[in-house]
Design a protein around this ligand. Structure first.
Ligand SMILES: Nc1nc2c(c(=O)[nH]1)N[C@H]1C(S)=C(S)[C@@H](COP(=O)(O)OP(=O)(O)OC[C@H]3O[C@@H](n4cnc5c(=O)[nH]c(N)nc54)[C@H](O)[C@@H]3O)O[C@H]1N2
Ligand SMILES: Nc1nc2c(c(=O)[nH]1)N[C@H]1C(S)=C(S)[C@@H](COP(=O)(O)OP(=O)(O)OC[C@H]3O[C@@H](n4cnc5c(=O)[nH]c(N)nc54)[C@H](O)[C@@H]3O)O[C@H]1N2
Ligand SMILES: [Mo]
Length: 770
């Protein structure tokens, strides 16, 4: 171990607040002393500074350097040439100028989706968007995210934005003293709340479960995995077929209707369109009553259980939760809308600890009280270009320029993108059907990626600029539902020639004659003090301690107030006329004239059951009999720091672990620790088997985020030898309404892998040419 060069300095991350000391190349990360349950992912940061796959210098792909910009199928396989920053800046500035002059701003795709790192100033997406707006005048953008693609489009039509209805109200607190029954679709796996966008100084969720358990709250879990609620919660576990939650909810609604257990007064006063939904549930509109018996055949859940549960839901203070995963699937809009409807039928929306909650437990800070002052925010400028896509339609866009598609009532056309610019995300992690994405990435003239590490996305780029990690720069850490603002102090010198996004974009802006527009004449430090000022003023206005920036910096952290004002749903409950919901009618829309007016055949005017194409009840089982759940990793954030100790420690023979039921394993000769191959028509990957009976028999589970490592294996063709499930997931939108990602579920088969185990290449740099 090298010489200690720093004492512990405060810092923050999506995994929580911590302090960091450096010992030569090694980092030592210690959780914030106030955090009751530090994230098990934090130790990955110890290995963040100088892994083999760190990028230390600007790189240009051999083929691009030799042949110039243009479509090229050798992306992802080609060697890279290390170049000076000057040379990289010149090439990139010229290419940006060429694309905008020859085509248009719409030809530059700066969507750049991704979680990047915590930090309010060096936030890569904010930086790149600000750069593209202020220097080029705009870019083709992406809207929405992978997390909530379906929910975030349907919610404003029928309930109000998720931001308003979900993020701006405390949920856990009122649950502690009021909730009697939690009905959870998709669960609230503790692993998921160990991560929070922007930071978390107080991982509170395990503590909340303890207290709810002590109070004897009844938990009912609908999920293919038992671990989607903490094991010590004595939850009743219903491992229904994945993608059938809507059918169960409709059948619960049927029981409430026929047994007259619903709150007709609430429906009349606070909702519109219940009559249309009731006609559908009773089978008057389509000839099929959505009875518990009907749902039993779809979801494989005994009808008697549905009846019992509906009665109990009507009798007690009930919170219905829907995880993000449940809507990251075909027709993902429906379970969200159906759950809102069910909660409305119970008449419990706006009651403390009752009603409906989206994404509670899916992510760390949801449900904690919202911060009451504005947080430091970097302005992104104005985007002068109009083109956009729903975020998960990236491959469609690159493969089919000019093709029309539907989105949220609009008829749009895919723009003709010539340059793709990414900073702070990993599309070769997040996008479905990676073979298709690789083909899509062969189409543009130029691909630019900023990355600290040789991710698969960096390997598919032409120009790769090496970014610092947060511990190599100063920043401000803060998040919308956490009571602490934290100084993220630089703990180590930047690795080799790496630079932060602000410096990179400032240099490029200089070459594009827009330096002043991008920087406004401020250094990074001056920007931080400038954006901090918004928060300071708001604190002062509330007569709270409001230290200036230097005082805040010296103190290391600052308490920010959280709000206890009535949530939008509580106000609406009390006074639906005076405090209407932000929907077209001001009420909960159980029937939406707007959505019905779009005339889609894959989304009706009320919540409805649509049979998916890839599910256990479909014809597809004859060829691919197993449902793959590709969920969030317990020991990583997405693909980040996959080479770190916590992530590596979870692997089996270096491969991503896959959960499989003993019967399914046995039928295929698979035992604990076997290497297996998972496959369908789209591709295949290798993984290491973990046998467990805490999973539904015909479901297997693998987390997302193992770095993509495609290698040719006879006779299978290209196989990801490391275990990236997006080799087999399907690239289609949730529906014409939201076009959200459907990455959570796909149909596959699994077999024992017999061949010699290929060596992993993904955590090593690609071939470099001198
Ligand atoms: N099959 C399937 N696929 C899924 C999902 C699923 O459930 N199933 N879930 C989806 C969801 S919900 C999400 S949110 C996405 C996540 O997808 P992403 O957000 O794209 O995944 P990350 O691995 O967090 O990628 C962030 C990248 O930013 C880099 N980075 C970190 N800090 C910096 C910085 O300061 N500068 C620069 N330039 N780069 C930086 C990291 O090294 C990393 O490569 O995945 C989606 N994909
Ligand atoms: N440790 C860790 N935590 C994370 C992240 C991470 O990368 N690592 N990512 C964060 C991000 S960006 C997001 S968006 C959230 C995502 O939050 P979620 O989407 O809620 O998380 P997942 O783990 O993908 O899925 C939760 C569970 O849903 C269950 N499930 C899958 N399909 C179905 C279905 O059809 N019906 C039912 N009832 N259940 C189903 C699966 O068993 C799965 O374990 O997680 C956040 N938390
Ligand atoms: Mo997400």
């Amino acid at each position: 171990m090298g010489k200690r060069i720093s004492q512990g300095v405060p810092h923050s991350s999506h995994w929580g607040a911590f302090s960091v000391q450096s010992h030569g190349d090694e980092l030592e990360v210690t959780p914030h002393p106030c955090d009751p349950m530090p994230s098990p992912i934090l130790p990955n940061l110890n290995d963040a500074a100088s892994p083999d796959c760190r990028i230390g210098q600007p790189m240009i792909r051999r083929g691009w350097l030799d042949n110039g910009p243009g479509p090229d199928t050798s992306r992802g396989k080609d060697a890279f040439v290390p170049v000076s920053w000057e040379r990289a800046y010149d090439h990139l500035a010229n290419e940006l100028q060429r694309i905008v002059d020859r085509y248009s701003n719409e030809a530059v795709f700066g969507g750049s989706y991704g979680w990047s790192s915590a930090g309010r100033f060096h936030h890569a997406q904010s930086q790149i968007h600000r750069f593209l707006n202020t220097t080029l005048g705009g870019y083709c953008r992406s809207v929405g995210n992978y997390s909530a693609g379906a929910a975030q489009v349907i919610a404003p039509h029928v309930f109000g934005t998720l931001e308003e209805t979900n993020r701006k109200s405390p949920i856990w607190g009122p649950m502690l003293s009021n909730t009697e029954l939690v009905v959870s679709f998709g669960g609230m796996a503790l692993k998921n709340s160990s991560v929070s966008g922007g930071g978390n100084s107080n991982h509170n969720v395990a503590g909340v479960f303890d207290r709810l358990q002590d109070r004897g709250v009844r938990f009912v879990l609908f999920s293919p995995l038992r671990a989607d609620l903490p094991e010590w919660i004595r939850a009743e576990w219903h491992a229904i077929r994945p993608a059938t939650d809507t059918a169960v909810m409709l059948a619960l609604a049927h029981v409430l209707i026929v047994e007259d257990l619903l709150d007709r007064a609430f429906l009349a006063k606070h909702c519109v369109g219940f009559d249309r939904f009731e006609a559908y549930i009773r089978g008057q509109s389509d000839g099929i009553a959505k009875t518990p018996g009907w749902a039993e055949l779809i979801a494989q859940l005994p009808a008697a259980d549905i009846i019992d549960l509906a009665r109990d839901m009507a009798a007690r203070r009930t919170l219905i939760t829907v995880s993000q995963s449940v809507q990251r699937a075909e027709h993902g809009e429906q379970p969200v809308w159906a759950a809102i409807t069910l909660a409305a039928m119970l008449g419990q929306i706006g009651l403390p600890g009752g009603g409906f909650s989206y994404g509670l437990g899916s992510i760390g800070n949801v449900g904690k009280p919202p911060v009451a002052v504005p947080l430091p925010t970097l302005s992104q400028g104005k985007n002068g270009a109009r083109g956009f896509i729903p975020v998960a339609r990236i491959s469609d866009m690159l493969l089919h320029p000019g093709k029309p598609f539907s989105f949220n009532g609009q008829k749009l056309v895919y723009p003709d993108v010539k340059l793709v610019y990414w900073a702070g995300g990993n599309p070769f992690h997040h996008q479905q059907d990676l073979t298709r994405l690789a083909e899509a990435f062969s189409r543009p003239d130029t691909i630019v990626v900023h990355e600290p590490y040789w991710t698969s996305s960096a390997r598919h780029a032409d120009i790769v600029l090496p970014a610092t990690i947060t511990m190599e720069r100063d920043d401000i850490g803060a998040a919308g539902n956490d009571p602490k603002m934290i100084t993220m102090r630089k703990a180590i010198e930047p690795f080799q020639q790496t630079k932060d996004e602000y410096e990179i974009f400032s240099e490029l802006a200089q070459r594009l004659d827009r330096h002043q527009e991008f920087t406004e004449g401020r250094t990074a430090r001056e920007w931080m003090a400038f954006i901090y000022e918004t928060t300071r003023v708001a604190l002062a206005e509330r007569d709270l301690p409001a230290p200036d920036f230097d005082e805040f910096w010296a103190a290391g952290e600052l308490e920010v107030p959280t709000t206890d004002r009535l949530s939008i749903l509580e106000k609406f409950r009390q006074d639906p006329q005076g405090a209407p919901l932000p929907t077209p009618s001001g009420k909960i829309e159980i029937f939406s004239e707007v959505i019905a007016g779009f005339g889609y055949d894959d989304c009706a005017g009320h919540p409805a059951w649509f049979e998916p194409e890839e599910w256990l009840g479909g014809e597809i089982v004859e060829r691919f009999p197993i449902q793959l759940v590709a969920n969030q990793p317990a020991f990583r954030l997405h693909s980040q720091l996959d080479f770190g100790r916590a992530s590596l420690g979870s692997k089996i023979a270096g491969r991503e672990p896959l959960t499989i039921h003993p019967d399914t394993a046995k039928a295929r000769g698979i035992v604990q620790g076997s290497i297996v191959r998972v496959f369908n028509d789209r591709g295949s990957f290798l993984a290491g088997a973990n046998i467990s009976d805490a999973i539904r028999r015909d479901v297997i589970q693998i987390a997302t985020g193992a770095w993509y490592d495609p290698q040719d294996i006879v006779p299978f063709g290209t196989v990801c030898v490391h275990g990236n499930p997006n080799t087999v997931t399907r690239d289609r939108g949730t529906s014409s309404l939201a076009q959200g990602s459907t990455g959570q579920l796909s149909m596959v088969d699994v077999e024992l892998f017999h061949g010699p185990l290929p060596e992993l290449r993904c955590h090593k740099p690609p071939r470099l040419d001198a």
